[in-house]
Design a protein around this ligand. Structure first.
Ligand SMILES: NC(=O)c1ccc[n+]([C@@H]2O[C@H](COP(=O)([O-])OP(=O)(O)OC[C@H]3O[C@@H](n4cnc5c(N)ncnc54)[C@H](O)[C@@H]3O)[C@@H](O)[C@H]2O)c1
Ligand SMILES: O=C(O)[C@H](O)COP(=O)(O)O
Length: 321
């Protein structure tokens, strides 16, 4: 990477001096430019070869500089989901690798999934309200033990959720992904089998990416197939659930829900989901923990070392044509 022709700009949303083990600008020919998603981005986007998309920003920010990045080779997100970047990929030249943050979010998102399942089943939100009101609200609540859990979107996060379910003595963990495969734990069922599997699950976890195929995957028909008393957990993306259909279903008290992601997001004041019966909402914090920054920095440093050495990046989800 040393010659003049290969000297290239890297746009980082984290200052270069805060990331250990980055290839030094002298040795690599890489020229680090800081952009945190603010209104001013570095001059000369046409020189950018490696763009690290600022974290937790919507498409309007993530995508804004893409059209001007005529020599970009790698677009790296710090999120697992790339739905906020895909609206901009048509503007990219061919051969650009779009890489996600596989390895960064699994542990944190799986932890939150367990927290939401346990809190919802065991009635923790009601205890917090009781404590606020100084009321002793004793009762009987469902356990996770002996329950059947269905994970829809069994990828990196789905597998991390299954890892964390292991000590809870569930009756079954059932896995669904786009297509069938076998894992050391057992089969992953194809999406076509979902309608038959839904009525058997006590807890249904959504951990798919948001794609045209998964938008409103949990629609009225999906929700109607869920067992009476079942819990729906969404840690995927808000629009994977049809919010209007979910509101109708929870109003009847037939099912409950725990949502780390909502549609719309952020959920505005006055939205009916805030006070819907049996619905626990967390503000899209699945990946937002102390584990994020060290893991994100390690990913960036590794990708840039590979880039400077002329090696292929990891976590490539697609290459533009
Ligand atoms: N709540 C959060 O803070 C948070 C954090 C990280 C990721 N996420 C979301 O979780 C998603 C999954 O992340 P991952 O790292 O596990 O991705 P992944 O690519 O490893 O796994 C996704 C799985 O979903 C399956 N899938 C895709 N389309 C499907 C469909 N139509 N029906 C059923 N399954 C389908 C795939 O086959 C794959 O097994 C991300 O795309 C992101 O949207 C949310
Ligand atoms: O997909 C993820 O990793 C998290 O949900 C954060 O995604 P975002 O940065 O696209 O909001």
């Amino acid at each position: 990477m040393r010659s003049e022709e290969t000297t290239a700009d890297v746009w980082l949303p984290i200052p270069a001096d805060e990331i250990d083990d980055l290839p030094g600008p002298g040795e690599s020919g890489l020229n680090y430019r800081f952009w945190d998603g603010g209104p001013e981005f570095p001059a000369d986007p046409a020189r950018c070869a490696f763009y690290v998309v600022p974290y937790m920003k919507g498409p309007e920010i993530a995508v804004r500089p893409l059209a001007a990045m005529t020599s970009v080779r790698i677009v790296q997100t710090l999120s697992a989901g790339i739905d906020h970047v895909t609206p901009g990929i048509d503007a990219l030249p061919p051969g650009v690798a779009l890489c996600n943050a596989k390895g960064v979010h699994e542990a944190s998102t799986a932890e939150l999934t367990l927290a939401l399942i346990l809190a919802s089943l065991r009635g923790i939100p009601g205890f917090v309200r009781g404590q606020d009101a100084e009321e002793w609200r004793a009762g009987f609540y469902p356990a996770l033990a002996d329950k059947s859990v269905l994970i829809v979107g069994y990828g990196s996060i789905g597998a991390a959720i299954e890892d964390r379910l292991a000590p809870f003595e569930c009756a079954r963990v059932v896995r669904v992904a786009r297509s069938a495969r076998t894992t050391a734990r057992g089969p992953v069922h194809p999406l076509a089998e979902l309608p038959a599997l839904l009525p058997q699950a006590d807890v249904v976890v959504l951990s798919t990416p948001l794609t045209p195929e998964t938008r409103h995957l949990a629609d009225a028909g999906f929700l109607a197939r869920m067992k009476d008393g079942a819990l729906l957990v969404n840690v995927a993306r808000g629009p994977v659930v049809d919010t209007a259909a979910l509101l109708k279903e929870v109003e009847t008290g037939r099912i409950t829900a725990a949502l780390d992601v909502t549609d719309p997001e952020p959920l505005p004041a006055g939205h009916p989901l805030w006070h819907a019966p049996g619905v626990l909402v967390s503000p899209h914090v699945g990946g937002s923990t102390s584990a994020f920054m060290p893991r994100a920095k390690r990913l960036i440093a590794g990708q840039l070392r590979r880039f400077a050495a002329g090696e292929e990046p990891v976590n490539v989800l697609l290459t533009t044509t």
